[in-house]
Design a protein around this ligand. Structure first.
Ligand code: IPE
Ligand code: IPE
Ligand code: MG
Length: 233
């Protein structure tokens, strides 16, 4: 079983287009699948699931689409806060990774609120990658290290991989064992760039709004058959 699964929720726009609907309807449908898959990951005992919701590059989209996405994230967080399912179900907890300081103010407040929720042992961590970019994350970590060096707290020759990892948004979490990308695109699009060094990749042609728990099972079964060598024999 993978401890940490990364999911690139892609294909919402194409799903909507196939149905003659506006792209934003695809995002609404995709958000429902996000809920279902998060629940399922908790049920089957996955420790960490990271969902790619909005990349640092997604600001290039039309302002109306960006605004619709931000509205959707906000609605989701308000709902999550009301239900508080993270505690009541002994279920999961939301964490945000990415440069969340650059998202709309109202959304920032909701993000800050969920980040305060305490983590207990049996909770599944649901990371939502929001305004996330792997390169931006590495830069963020490098700047923290540079500050320590500047202050004389750390010698450049003593910098370790652990120092880099400590500055990542996923610090303290295991690296993703499995990264799933639906929608037929064969790339990572700046997702978990540092952490994915030894991740197993799984691509599927299903569009995210059509993605089911069976599709997830299939990905996990495929993963279970692989031989992870990490450079050994
Ligand atoms: C993923 O679906 C959602 C986000 C990137 C926010 P897309 O909107 O990229 O869907 P396609 O790739 O255009 O079908
Ligand atoms: C990656 O999907 C980002 C998210 C799913 C949030 P994109 O649709 O933005 O990726 P590209 O542009 O096809 O690489
Ligand atoms: Mg896409």
């Amino acid at each position: 079983m993978p401890k940490h699964i990364g999911i690139i929720m892609d294909g919402n726009g194409r799903w909507a287009k196939e149905r003659g609907l506006p792209r934003t309807d695809g995002h609404v449908a995709g958000a429902k699948v996000f809920r279902k898959i998060s629940d399922y990951c908790h049920d089957i005992g996955i420790e960490v699931v990271t969902f790619y919701a909005f990349s640092t590059e997604n600001w290039r989209r039309p302002p109306t689409e960006v605004a619709a996405l931000m509205k959707l994230f906000k609605e989701y967080l308000v709902e999550a806060d009301e239900i508080k399912y993270d505690r009541q179900k002994g279920g999961y907890i939301l964490r945000f990774i990415g440069d969340t300081g650059a998202v709309p103010k109202e959304l920032q407040k909701l993000v800050a609120k969920t980040q305060l929720d305490a983590l207990d042992e049996n909770t599944t961590i649901i990371n939502i990658a929001l305004n996330y970019g792997g390169r931006q994350e590495i830069l963020h970590s490098v700047k923290q290290i540079a500050e320590k060096v500047e202050k004389g707290e750390l010698k450049a020759s003593k910098i370790t991989e652990e120092d880099i990892e400590a500055g990542l948004y996923t610090a303290g979490q295991p690296d993703p064992d499995l990264i799933i990308r639906p929608s037929g695109e064969l790339r990572l699009s700046n997702f978990l760039t540092y952490q994915s060094a030894y991740s197993e990749l799984y691509f599927s042609n299903v569009l995210w709004p059509d993605f089911t728990t069976d599709d997830l099972d299939e990905a996990i079964l495929d993963y279970a058959k692989r031989n992870r060598r990490f450079g050994g024999v």
